[in-house]
Design a protein. Structure first.
Length: 110
């Protein structure tokens, strides 16, 4: 997609911060919610048991499952997130209270 298009799925949510990695993305809303999409492998977009839900797979890698639309990370509801970061296999969120939440692969520690 060479021409920028408006991201679908956030339904008018005001976004204040964006983070990107090679295979997933996350945003923080003005209300402090985190939304993520992209590769759901390793839990990096906050979805558990990705192989038990009906999400599209990559035809070149059947183990790669995608969440194509931004999805709110419900585990962070009630936390006022001010910043999010995405890495290769995990994501991090910083709250207004200075707490850090991590999710995704813990292979190298979280």
């Amino acid at each position: 997609q060479p021409t920028p298009i408006r991201l679908q799925g956030l339904h008018g949510t005001r976004i204040v911060q964006i983070a990107c990695a090679k295979q997933h993305n996350a945003v923080v809303s003005a209300e402090g919610e985190v939304w993520a999409w992209g590769s759901a492998r390793y839990g990096r977009v906050g979805i558990e048991d990705v192989f038990e839900i009906d999400l599209p797979t990559d035809p070149d890698d059947e183990m790669e499952v995608f969440q194509p639309m931004p999805t709110r990370i419900d585990a962070l509801v009630g936390q006022r997130v001010v910043q999010v970061a995405c890495a290769a296999y995990h994501s991090l969120a910083l709250t207004a209270e200075g707490e850090v939440f991590a999710w995704g692969s813990g292979r190298f520690g979280l």
